[in-house]
Design a binder for this molecule. Sequence first.
Ligand code: VGL
Ligand code: ZN
Length: 228
Amino acid sequence: MSSSNTTSFKPAIVVVDLQNDFCPPNGSLAVAGGRDIAPLINDLLSLPFALKVATKDFHPQDHISFASNHPAPDNKPFESFVTITNPLNSSETEVSRLWPDHCVQGTPGSELIEELDKNKINVIIEKGQDKRVEMYSAFADPFPTTVSSSRLGKTLKDADITHVYCVGIATDYCVKYTALDSAKEGFVTYFIEDATKPVDPSAVDDVRNELQKFGVTFIQSQSEEVQK
Ligand code: VGL
Ligand code: ZN
């Protein structure tokens, strides 16, 4: 994780959404193997990152991404999609996937999994509280006219972070869009692929190709970029 002494290097790790609802056996939106990456993430958290962040998907019960908040028959979790219009700018729309209710504020499903070593985490950032927009990225919603943003960008900048290492759940949703926004915010961004788990394993190749176009570097936890 070190770099040459001429370049500034102040790395942060962002552990995305390692929460009960995203993990077997009882998570409402359980991602296969979600719990299994905790030991690896705990090992990464022992490395000398200048800042160690954990994010939490943190929805109100009436959140727009919950299938249960939409009328039948087009409200099947995982299968249905809705068009979300930016409440601040009706010319901005996005098509978004519907999910089972998950990570509702105040429920056990929203808690970080017990296997994650919380003593190693410096900051917890909640996101997805605005019921009107989907927010996969831990930085902000996807609209050009931002509706909702978290404290993550300011937290990283206030700490003079230069490099961001992304891990967690899910490879193809929240880790993907968090890494994308990290690169757009100007951080040198790494995606530690074996420390993530996907909703759709078949989507991972596309995720890698898309993020590489935006300058995100895909690495494995045992690679030199992490361990040296
Ligand atoms: C996520 C679907 C819905 C994620 C969050 O953390 O990847 N996926 N909300
Ligand atoms: Zn969510």
